[in-house]
Ligand binder design. Structure first.
Ligand code: G3H
Length: 539
């Protein structure tokens, strides 16, 4: 990409019809207490990462706006959520699991109908490629379906009594109450829904706030939420976090905070809760996953996985490889191949066939990436690929930076963008030391073929991170696998089945196994007078 060529941004006339937005997206609706309400107050302009040429030069395109709600509206959302719980008596938390599953299945059908519109908005709001946007949507629908199966399994396992030491008990998982869900901009749909859906189906009520970028793409789903769930069970808030989220946390009525974002914001939110011991937190935070390339690694495979792992969605994944350690004996060959692979990555608009590198949605992102590169270059590193770090507007050529070492910001900071820092090592003790000293502990990738060498790294690394990938990039999926991290990287574990546990607490009914109690329980079950005390088995 030529840094002086603004024509990489095609202008409206150059955009295929099916991907144009048509009218501006002026969202005024928000979902509260089973109603789609209309907002007539201030709004937030939405700037797309896709630029257009203005008289003043290339600038982000304004594509619409969304409501800037206030603490009053978030208070209304909270009241609605609390009413739907009704201190444990609400229709939703007491509803039989099969019926809740029915609501979620209805929602999944309606959601699938919105695919094209959600995908189009995702491309415009966050610059994610068409194929990745479709993948995110489909993966999310799949997650909803897998969740339904996991709920059935969980319910089946608890649809029986246990008798232990003369005590009869039935143990199930019960909802925690009101859950605040906040997802990140890089997976605005998937990472919001991987907390929202399990929280909902287990009987909680939810308030969700979409991320700063990726708000409008949720609008096509509001009616499906309204129609599929009882009133007050799903509510949305929009606007400035301090204004709308602060009062929610300060109310002390949020039972679970499901937040994917930075540890700085997570800490602020947690501290706002007046009784933090009452607050359960499910957090997905920063990461700086390393790749370790051993001397006997299959170089082509290591390069392919590192390039994809570091630069899918422009490196804006919490699971991205953000530091590459390569054995000194092979580092020259590795760098040459990595630079070639990065140079060959197609750059362009999200809807371009096969595109890999697309415009960046965050304000000032290109400048902040340049600062990281400059800081490393000043300290003795170089950009190893031609044109690396050059940009047109919001579109930046990825930069491979080598050698990155102590004292450079890129050595320890999470870049969350299209920069690939590479360091060489003589002994594996060096990357092991780096990982042990890192603030983060999500995943690592090891590239090598010698079983002993690989095993010697696996054993210490499983005690430092939560997933060790062999000869493949770091990633979250499959979504049935546990996804978590140590240190500043996460709190709580998410997977299709773990998430059901995270948003619930084990609760039981117990009775001494006397004849009278046996008779009492027998009658409750046979007369089907309780939803909790029940041996119904979902088939
Ligand atoms: O940003 C963090 C995502 O959970 C990563 O998911 O590894 O499937 O891209 P992914």
């Amino acid at each position: 990409m030529n840094p002086h060529d603004a024509s990489v941004f095609p202008g409206i006339a150059g955009i295929p019809n099916e991907f144009r937005l048509g009218n501006r997206l002026e969202q005024r609706s928000w979902l509260c207490d089973g109603e789609i309400r209309q907002w007539d107050g201030p709004v937030q302009d939405v700037l797309s990462p896709i630029c257009t040429m203005k008289p003043s030069g290339l600038a982000r395109t304004s594509i619409g706006s969304y409501p800037l709600l206030t603490g009053n509206q978030s208070g209304e959302a909270l009241d609605a959520a609390l009413r739907s719980q009704d201190g444990g008596r609400g229709a939703w938390p007491t509803m039989p699991v099969e019926k809740r599953i029915g609501c979620l299945s209805d929602f999944a059908v309606r959601m699938a109908e919105s695919r094209d519109e959600v995908v189009r908005r995702m491309m415009w709001e966050i610059g994610k490629s068409l194929s990745d946007s479709r993948k995110e949507f489909d993966r999310t629908v799949e997650y909803v379906r897998d969740t339904i199966e996991a709920v059935k399994d969980l319910d089946r396992a608890s649809s029986r009594f246990v008798i232990e030491q003369g005590v009869i008990g039935q143990i199930r998982r019960a909802p925690l109450g009101v859950v605040l869900c906040m997802g990140p901009f890089n997976y605005p749909l998937n990472e919001t829904f991987t907390t929202l859906i399990p929280a909902l189906v287990m009987g909680n009520s939810v308030i969700f706030k979409p991320p700063k970028f990726g708000v409008l793409l949720h609008e096509p789903l509001l009616e499906a939420f309204r129609d599929s769930f009882p009133k007050g069970v799903v509510n949305t808030v929009y606007g400035d976090g301090r204004t709308v989220v602060g009062p929610l946390m300060e109310s002390g009525r949020i039972d679970v905070l499901a937040f994917i974002g930075t540890s700085r914001v997570a800490d602020i939110l947690r501290r706002q809760h007046p009784r933090p011991h009452r607050l359960r937190c499910v957090l997905g935070l920063e990461a700086k996953n390393a790749a370790i390339v051993l001397p006997d690694a299959d170089l082509d495979q290591a390069v392919k996985e590192c390039a994809l792992g570091a630069l899918s969605f422009n490196g804006q994944r919490c699971t991205a490889i953000k530091m590459v350690f390569v054995h000194r004996s092979i580092v020259d060959g590795f760098l040459e191949k990595l630079s070639a692979a990065v140079t060959a990555m197609p750059t362009g608009m999200p809807w371009d066939e096969g595109v890999m590198i697309t415009p960046l949605p965050e304000d000032g992102k290109v400048a902040s990436m340049r600062e990281l590169i400059d800081d490393a270059v000043k300290a003795g590193a170089r950009v190893a690929n031609p044109g690396g770090g050059e940009a047109v507007g919001t579109l930046m050529n990825p930069a491979v930076v080598y050698p990155v070492g102590p004292g450079m910001r890129l050595y320890s900071e999470e870049q969350f963008g299209p920069v690939v820092p590479v360091a060489s090592f003589e002994s594996t003790g060096e990357p092991l030391e780096w990982i042990a000293g890192s603030d983060y502990g999500q995943q690592v990738s090891i590239f090598g073929r010698d079983p002993r060498a690989v095993a010697a790294l696996v054993d210490p690394l499983v005690n430092q991170v939560c997933r060790v990938n062999l000869n493949s990039q770091c990633q979250r999926g499959p979504d049935t696998f546990p996804f978590t991290g140590r240190k500043d990287s996460a709190e709580g574990t998410l997977s299709v089945s773990d998430a059901l546990r995270v948003f619930t607490i084990r609760t039981l009914v117990a009775a001494k196994a006397t004849d009278d109690n046996r008779q009492l329980l027998r009658r409750i079950v046979s007369e089907r007078s309780s939803r909790f005390l029940s041996t119904d088995f979902i088939l």
